[in-house]
Design a protein around this ligand. Sequence first.
Ligand SMILES: Cc1cc2nc3c(=O)[nH]c(=O)nc-3n(C[C@H](O)[C@H](O)[C@H](O)COP(=O)(O)OP(=O)(O)OC[C@H]3O[C@@H](n4cnc5c(N)ncnc54)[C@H](O)[C@@H]3O)c2cc1C
Ligand code: HEM
Length: 401
Amino acid sequence: MKILKSSFAVVERRAEHAVKFFYSHLFWHNPGVRALFPDSLHEMERQRDRLFAALTHVIAHLDDGTLRPYLHDLGRDHRKFLVRPEHYAAVGASLLAALAETSGAAWTPPVEKAWAEAYQVIADAMTAGAEGSEDPPWWDAEVVRHLQYGPDIGVLTLRPHLPFPYLPGQYTSVSSDRVPTTWRTYSIGNAPRPDGTVDLHVSRIDRGRLSTALVRETRPGEVLRLGAAGGQLVFRREDRPVSLIAAGTGWAPIRAMLEDLAERPPDQDVRLFVVARDGAHLYDRPLIDAYAARCGWLAVTYITPAPGRHRNQATDRLATALGHRGMWPDQDVYLSGPPQFVDETAHLLQQLGARPGRLFHDAVPARGPEPGDRPLGFGEWFLNPPAPHWHNPSARAPRSY
Ligand SMILES: Cc1cc2nc3c(=O)[nH]c(=O)nc-3n(C[C@H](O)[C@H](O)[C@H](O)COP(=O)(O)OP(=O)(O)OC[C@H]3O[C@@H](n4cnc5c(N)ncnc54)[C@H](O)[C@@H]3O)c2cc1C
Ligand code: HEM
């Protein structure tokens, strides 16, 4: 364990070189494997990051109990990438070759043995997860409705061909033949329905590959692929008051939870904070108002900046609104929105006394896009987002395809 961590520290310093060597080695010795990965260079860069993030995670958790379920799910989910059991040996050989090449003199027989054993543990757990799963590798799901709100938002209703299990608040991964070998994560925007359909709320990202295909091109009758649902943003029915905070397409999982709560009302009060960059862009406001009128346990606060205010004042306005409501130490807080928003709001809430163990959100990617790709701070996102995250159904009737 110790030997692995210190060896990884050596590799991490030359991570860029290690991952390049790894993929060159893998594709040179196994040309057929190249087709499993995205063809664009940009995508491969991202995949490199994921590989190292996964390796770091695995090494950090090698001796705790959380690793096995993670690897089981990862192996189960790798079936949707068309990964077969025999690929694990090929990846293992290339990984060891890359580590040896990167470590130089630090690559000793005990180090090599420790890595080989650790990889085998990981590969065995992943293949066991793949072989033991009763789920299909993916769910084919037909697009039955596409509502378009302005140029950059689409709400897609899908009908999976097989029952698709999930909990309100969870997300799924999505792939389309229009963008082969590309999978992205989207929250499911509804509680389970009797007809089994699921809604995805997609904001188109400028130059975004899948979001553009989903919002601008995908039409009813097409079939998408869904990966198994996942994520920790599921409602815990604890004996505590609850705050739900949603921004951008982060509204989708909060809406799913709210639909579920409306069906099975909670014993505690629920405060819903809906953050939008301006009043005209309050997504789903008619629906939220209807819930507020119907559900005595629900109090809704809309947070929008005053028109023309400086962007920093928008951040202040959120801080003020959250500060005024108070009682954060008592609350279970569910937080959903763009990564910077989640990061900064979680920080703010902790300053206001919210307990970290009662603050629930999906993992915020450790590394966002490069500077210049999109605004970095919450204030910047809030007033000057790179692409619309909200739409206003009441301002313009959605177009239906
Ligand atoms: C847990 C989770 C849940 C999510 N739920 C939703 C959801 O319900 N609805 C939804 O629309 N999206 C959601 N996303 C984001 C989604 O997974 C994709 O990242 C997004 O649609 C962009 O994918 P793409 O293929 O279009 O863009 P890519 O081709 O991956 O990216 C194109 C360019 O845009 C940059 N970029 C990527 N993401 C963003 C962003 N958010 N803002 C600005 N620039 C960006 C990239 O760095 C790249 O330069 C969720 C993400 C996570 C992790
Ligand atoms: C054994 C250890 C392995 C680990 C820890 C690992 C880890 C990961 C992780 C964390 C992801 C990102 C998952 C996601 O975004 O949903 C991923 C994606 C992927 N993995 Fe693996 N993986 C392993 C083995 C393999 C093997 C044997 C193959 C087969 C060649 C493989 C092929 C892929 C592909 C094709 C993707 C998708 C690439 C993309 O979307 O950019 N992996 N892997």
